[in-house]
Design a protein around this ligand. Structure first.
Ligand code: ADP
Length: 447
């Protein structure tokens, strides 16, 4: 109502003046006065309309015209409206920008498809996974750009509960999981997720189960076969049944070793198995391992020990002993009779190096990077014949990694190998005689 007071007041004033004029000077004077006022109002209105039109041409950059009275009121209200619009436009723009930034940051590829499967928008990750480019491919039919038969079938099926696992058309080394999510009126969001690592872990799991089953099948079949033979044969000579029992025992030990190694690996891998640190007398450990080598060799090899450092280590004694014991046992198992096995403890470049050198069969270079994989063997039958499980070096690698140490393998086929456990300088301790917590057997006394 505030808007009306002013114009109505002015109108009433004009009419009053016209009435006075009529009474004093007659109707011609009154009409002349009204006509003059009318002409003034029209001119003023034309001027304000012109100023309004000029302002509306560029309202964001130019200030609204200055005016008083009704026109001032109109301009003021228009300016308020304009400010409100400007504020909501900038809110909308910043929300849109935020959405765009978030969509760009999403690691999954995302493509918005229209009702007719034309690309309306896609994020940068979709270039990496699907080879799409938002600027170039906007408006294109997705089926002309992603032409694999399984993708077309997936698109046409429009089964939103299904996921398609396929290779990336942009990089064959990536495995993708594609999903279609319906939204709006007939639109779809195509989401491409990189599941290469998941697939790799899954393949490793499948391989692992297949390997373990394969390793257990032979001894179980042998033991089962002999048990049946023994159950059916009533007139078996004692020496014959003794031989059967020995074979069964041998295969039972093999299964036992496999399970022991599997349990060791799983213990080492479990996240809550923290490293129990203690002071390890490495010279004494090396002596004990040399004794172990002689005991395993039973005089078939020449075993020697070179102690070139008296440094100790901080670490887990049992784990280090089991890892280095694996290196020693491998040297004995893969070195023919008459060969030499040398154990050495030294400091080199500030690091502690325990190495086992043999003059055995050696390993071809292409096998070396894979030796620490579970169940990887160069010569499967040689490994089995000598009681190997194929898990020894995997255990060594785990133990060394837990200690921040590394395994270095040097080998020449036909000449021999050197396996070195290299411990970081931070783990080395000066000799602490009398502090060894676990007594090692004297050299030559090991069982
Ligand atoms: P295994 O129980 O079969 O010995 P490991 O994990 O200890 O399993 O070793 C993996 C493979 O590495 C062995 O099968 C063998 O082929 C090779 N290897 C390990 N140590 C030696 C060595 N000292 N000389 C030659 N080959 C070796």
């Amino acid at each position: 109502m505030g808007f009306w007071w002013r114009p109505l007041g002015v109108l009433a004033g004009v009419l009053l003046v016209a009435l006075f004029l009529w009474a004093g000077w007659g109707w011609v004077a009154a009409l002349g006065f009204l006509a003059g006022i009318q002409a003034f109002v029209m001119l003023r209105r034309l001027l304000q309309e012109y100023r309004l039109a000029r302002w509306l041409e560029n309202p964001d950059e130019v200030d609204p015209p200055d005016a008083s009275g009704t026109w001032g009121d109109i301009f003021y209200r228009l300016q308020k409206l304009q400010r409100r619009q400007r504020a909501s436009r900038s809110e909308l723009t910043s929300a849109l920008e935020q959405f765009e930034h978030a969509a760009e940051a999403v690691p999954d590829g995302m493509v918005i498809l229209s009702r007719t499967d034309q690309i309306e928008w896609c994020n940068p990750a979709s270039r990496k996974y699907l080879g799409l480019d938002c600027d170039r491919d906007r408006g294109q039919f997705v089926r002309y750009l992603l032409r694999q038969a399984n993708f077309l079938e997936f698109l046409d099926a429009a089964d939103y509960s299904r996921r398609l696992v396929c290779k990336s058309p942009n990089n064959r080394e990536l495995t993708l999981s594609l999903q279609l999510v319906p939204f709006g009126e007939g639109k779809k969001l195509l989401v491409a997720r990189d599941i290469t690592d998941l697939e790799r872990v899954d393949a490793m799991r499948r391989d692992f189960i297949a390997n373990v089953s394969h390793e257990l099948r032979t001894p179980l079949t042998v033991v089962g076969g002999f048990v049946e033979t023994l159950a059916d044969a009533h007139d078996l000579k004692p020496e014959e049944s003794r031989r059967y029992y020995d074979i069964m025992l041998d295969h039972t030990h093999r299964m036992q070793r496999l399970l022991d190694d599997l349990l060791t690996l799983s213990r080492l891998e479990s996240a809550d198995h923290a490293l129990q640190e203690e002071k390890v007398d490495m010279p004494a450990m090396a002596e004990a391992l040399a004794a172990e080598a002689e005991s395993l060799s039973r005089g078939r090899h020449h075993v020697s020990l070179r102690l070139e450092s008296d440094a100790w280590l901080t670490g887990n004694l049992q784990e280090i002993r089991s890892a280095l014991g694996n290196l020693v046992s491998n040297a004995v198992r893969y070195t023919p009779e008459g060969g030499e096995i040398t154990l050495r403890w030294r400091e080199q470049g500030g690091e502690g190096v325990f190495s086992v050198t043999d003059t055995g069969e050696g390993i071809a270079a292409e096998h070396i990077p894979r030796l620490t994989e579970r169940f990887y063997r160069v010569d499967r039958s040689r490994s089995r014949e000598t009681g190997g499980t194929g898990l020894g070096l995997a255990i060594v690698k785990h133990v060394l990694t837990r200690h921040g140490a590394r395994l270095d393998i040097q080998s020449i086929p036909g000449k021999g190998s050197t396996f070195s456990a290299v411990f970081p300088a931070a783990r080395l301790l000066p000799a602490l005689p009398g502090e060894n917590v676990i007594p090692f057997p004297e050299r030559g006394q090991a069982a």
